[in-house]
Design a protein around this ligand. Sequence first.
Ligand code: OAD
Length: 254
Amino acid sequence: MSGLDASLALVRERLEGARSVCVLTGSGISSESGLPTFRGVNGLWRTHRVEELASPEGFARDPMLVWTWYNERRAAHQRAEPNAGHYALAELERRVADFTLVTQNVDSLHHRAGSRNVIELHGSLREARCDRCAERIPLDGPLSAAAVEHGCGGRFRPDIVWFGESLPPRAFERATAAAARADVILVVGTSGMVYPAASLATRYPRSDALIVEINPEETPLSSSAGVVLRARAATALPALLETESGEFVSLREQ
Ligand code: OAD
């Protein structure tokens, strides 16, 4: 049995006995759906200016520049399909009594894969929100320049948490509570560079919880993990659901 297969077997066993599981995902889980990550090769923050596109100041300066970018991202999310990693997490939720999926992603692919108890720490692109009165409208297509101005004097902005802004307090409270009661925490496809999301894997877990990182690359969170699976999410997550007699083809070492 390879080292990776032995680690998979250990995590499988802990998942089977777990009463409570918490999962933290980042953009890496959607990369096999064809969506770019933020900091990888061709990552969004390598080719775009964060302060122009993802800050309240950037939006105040040029709302249509910001909307053009988010309209394009939203369209790309809609063209993408959930992958085997998203579907595996939806299946894991059906098997565990207390399951919470905390995501930093705004692409809605976990919802589309059938996950139900999803906390979207950084918001979503399903709605726009008025920056003055907080009224929300659904985003069924691109938001046009004419639709940006709201009657109250405010402007509709993407319902996303931008740099310099706080996370929705209730969402973060629920996420920390889920991390604190979990027997197993899966940390999937995130560089662990953005706080407070990353603190779910470092500050809140119980000392006897098993933290599992699923990421082909090392991250600052790797040293906090009891098990590191150096594999892609769409391969490793379905593998965690297989029983020993399952038909899953053994993973290749990366
Ligand atoms: P990053 O781009 O920082 O990290 C993506 C991680 O996914 C990296 O560690 C990759 O090694 C890993 N990865 C790539 N392909 C993978 C695969 N197939 N399976 C598993 N892992 C894979 O993206 P995030 O950690 O999501 O915030 O970034 C966090 C936040 O920073 C985002 O939510 C966004 C960004 O600024 C906001 O916009 C508020």
